[in-house]
Write a protein that binds this ligand. Structure first.
Ligand SMILES: NC(=O)c1ccc[n+]([C@@H]2O[C@H](COP(=O)([O-])OP(=O)(O)OC[C@H]3O[C@@H](n4cnc5c(N)ncnc54)[C@H](OP(=O)(O)O)[C@@H]3O)[C@@H](O)[C@H]2O)c1
Length: 427
């Protein structure tokens, strides 16, 4: 029987908090056998004391400061979310000498550098495996096993809600608004879906991963971000016909001594390992200079998978505490120099409506060519209305800023009625 104890103060008892508590209780014997430590949640902070709970009322408090200031608590698990009061409470816990485990991507994306420096100065653990990819181990492998590599590119499906919506659109031939409403009815999407569908959640997560991979904090204001609201079932249909699927990707890549980080819907080749990550599943593909391609996938959210990551972090804390070793917070400085999306060289998908007249295709190709954008495949031309056509094509590699100018040149003069959609392509 172990005689060591790790006394936990938990902030939040919602989806993740209640799952982590249950896992610690259900698997207590095996966790104790593996760590030699009895990990016990002694206090839980919540907001609404009138909500019915499945635990005795004695363990709960609405005074969260009393937890982070309690000298009998060794480790604080922050599962509130957002930055206020979460960040202030985590800082106080660290200042008071407590290890911290958190699942909070927004806090880590905005204040990670400051918090990990504080943890290091105090020789404490600060773990946040659950902040990105829920139950999939991503942060520890990037920090440790893959750390000897120079990361050449990293692409992730990091938001289950948007991946569910895009998968349904693809498989059912449905439109965005229809699938979103259905996802909201099933509880897969929030009533206000902005955080997910406009790419904020993916932006927080890819900026956390990029900060670890490249060793300095990527400011979220430097992350290019586009969501999935404008993706239509027509684009899905063409993607499928051309051998692609559409995914919301967080992408980061080094550009000389900078890093470019972007979030946008992407035409992704069906042969890419991420293309088969469907529904609410998440995936991360990393290309490292020595390891080559590595792929992670699994459940990126939900009570049990996220609890698995939180409890894994607590086991790390228990083991570090047992050997009296320093914390394993990995400090990274702020202000990673970043590269704008304007210099990106990408291939693009374009769908447009044009007049169905002779020479239109040639005029479009010439207009694009004048801006340095050549057409790799002019795939379809369908009559949709009298004397109007729908043209879809993929470009060769072109610079983002040249492509933007080329799109602007697709006017009435060259026979284009409207540019309906443009989406970046990844092989
Ligand atoms: N849900 C997931 O699948 C998932 C996956 C990965 C990461 N995460 C992250 O995990 C964290 C928790 O998410 P969740 O889904 O568990 O959230 P949740 O279900 O909304 O639970 C939040 C908990 O925090 C408490 N809380 C919120 N604001 C508070 C305040 N100002 N003072 C005191 N208590 C407060 C709530 O109290 P009441 O119970 O009184 O309302 C509730 O117990 C977030 O950072 C989230 O991004 C979640």
């Amino acid at each position: 029987m172990a005689d060591r104890k790790l006394r936990i103060g938990m902030l939040g008892y919602g989806t993740v908090g209640s799952g982590a508590y249950r896992m610690l209780v259900d698997n207590q014997a095996s966790i104790q056998a593996k760590t030699g430590t009895h990990i016990e949640v002694v206090r839980i902070g919540i907001k609404d004391s009138t909500k019915p709970r499945d635990l005795s009322a004695d363990i709960f408090t609405t005074d969260l400061d009393s937890i982070v200031n309690d000298p009998d608590i060794d480790t604080v698990v922050e599962l509130i979310g957002g930055t206020d009061p979460a960040c202030r409470l985590v800082e106080t816990a660290l200042v008071n000498g407590k290890n911290v485990v958190t699942a909070n991507k927004e806090m880590m994306a905005k204040h990670g550098s400051r918090l990990v420096h504080l943890a290091k100065a105090k020789r404490l653990d600060l773990h946040y495996e659950a902040a990105v990819g829920g139950g999939i181990p991503l942060i520890q492998p990037l920090k440790h096993q893959l750390a000897g590599n120079d990361v050449l590119k990293m692409m992730g499906i990091l938001n289950g809600t948007t991946n569910y919506i895009l998968t349904e659109m693809q498989q059912e031939g449905a439109d965005f608004a229809e699938v979103l409403a259905e996802a909201q009815a099933k509880g897969y999407a929030e009533a206000d879906p902005t955080n997910d569908v406009d790419g904020f959640d993916t932006m927080y997560k890819i900026s956390v991963l990029a900060s670890i991979a490249f060793g300095r904090q990527v400011s979220i204001s430097d992350v290019y971000r586009e969501g999935i609201r404008r993706i239509s079932r027509t684009d899905m249909k063409y993607a499928d016909m051309l051998g692609y699927t559409i995914k919301l990707l967080g992408i980061c890549e080094p550009v000389a001594d900078r890093v470019r980080v972007r979030v946008h819907p992407t035409f992704l080749s069906k042969t890419h390992p991420l293309a088969s990550v469907n529904g609410v599943y998440n995936g991360l593909w990393i290309n490292g200079d020595f390891v080559g391609d590595v792929m992670f996938s699994g459940r990126g959210a939900g009570s049990d998978p996220t609890a698995s990551a939180v409890v894994g972090d607590l086991i790390d804390v228990a083991r570090n505490t047992a050997i009296g070793g320093p914390g394993s917070a990995l400090p990274y400085d702020a202000d990673m120099p970043t590269e704008s999306i304007d210099s990106l060289k990408s291939r693009y998908y374009i769908r447009l409506r044009s007049y169905d007249r002779p020479l239109v295709l040639g005029k479009i190709a010439t207009a694009m060519g004048e801006h340095g954008v050549s057409i790799a495949a002019m795939e379809m031309k369908t009559l949709i209305l009298h004397e109007q056509g729908e043209i879809v094509f993929l470009t060769d590699y072109a610079r983002e800023s040249d492509f933007a100018n080329a799109v602007k040149s697709l006017t009435d003069e060259v026979g284009v009625i409207s540019v309906e959609s443009t989406i970046r392509v990844e092989a």
